[in-house]
Design a protein around this ligand. Sequence first.
Ligand code: PGA
Length: 251
Amino acid sequence: MRKPFIAANWKMNNTVPEAIRFVTALTSDLKAISGVDVVIAPPFTALYSAGVALADTEFYLSSQNLFWEDSGAYTGEISGPFLADVGCRYAIVGHSERRQLFSETDETVNRRLKAALRNNLVPIMCVGETLAEREANQTWDVIRRQLDGGLSGIDLAALADFVIAYEPVWAIGTGKTATSGQAQEVHGLIRRYIADKFGSAVADKTRIIYGGSVKPSNSRELLSNPDIDGALVGGASLDPKQFAAIVRSAH
Ligand code: PGA
């Protein structure tokens, strides 16, 4: 049985005081929740203080990205050892905004995934197609290419934990959610891909989460699908009440 996984991707939102306020509100609201992995991914500047606020809770901290080298002359970058140092357990890698706005490729995603694993951070690897790709019936070709390239040289069978987020680009921040059927179809294909490549035991335990306009009104239905194990929540994760409602719907 896979434990549901609900992550808040705050993107470029929330200052330090806002992050602390959010975490305090959320943890007191969800004090009694169990059986769900709840993850908060603040911007780099709020990681430390959010981590301190999460210290005595069951919730986890994640970064939104990381650089592939561990240290050195890379002005402006943040690496795995720094993220582990502030208490991150997870690292989002290859989010579509990074791919589209910051020229990330499957090759740089692969380097970042390896850097996360080398530093004992569990990756949340994002994949997903654009609207044009979906309309040209290329959805699975694109996702398979992202998985092939991103996972090159990485053996999921050797890892205790690894999370894949399917996020159709056309559903991110647009209010358009993939239908439950569209999402389940791709999740099922991703799970079959993992089974073919790494074996069915690995496919059975790998959590594949959905992202793209998840909100309290649609999360329960999305999460009721057999291959949808959680959600990566952007917009609705900025309101502790809405995010808490999504966590509860996974319970
Ligand atoms: P959204 O973002 O929930 O605002 O669509 C999801 C994401 O980008 O992870």
